[in-house]
Unconditional design. Sequence first.
Length: 193
Amino acid sequence: MLCFGRFNLYVLSWTHILSAKGPNEGPARWIRLAEALGQIFYWIWYGYYVVYRSIPTNLARFIFVLVSHAATLPLHVQFTLGHFAMSTADLGPQESFPQKMLRTTMDLDCPAWLDFVHGGLQFQVIHHLFPRIPRHNLRRAQKYVLQFCEEISIPYALLGFVKANEVVLSRLEEIGQQAAMFNKIQRSVTSWS
């Protein structure tokens, strides 16, 4: 499923651009135009110049697009593990920035020799707290943040790969159950009308 995550992002991007959900007034109204121009530029560059002009056959083009999009699977897995199981609630201005980052992101616990596979994305908490730290220093920074969290009793989500997947899947199941319940309520309410 995650091999095709970029195709879903394309659909979501164009759906957002073409819908009236984005800002239409005020200083942010230009963002929708900028997003549309960015998409158009991308598809001219990637779709026309990279795929159509530089690859000779339709079959080769198809295979190239599938492989180039499937190659981003590790990124999708990392983003999913680092974010999907964590809270998205807005606790308001009383919550500090570090507390929010620690509550809404998760790190993966893996040996240092696997860092090249993860590319630093296993340190989502550290990246969110300190976005400009180069990835070769993320592991070192994590030690300081773990120590800080332990001293002031703030939870730090640091899970192994298997456990993180279990937590994400159980969270997605919970959200699916909530969506099914909302759908059932909506059908019940509309049947009364």
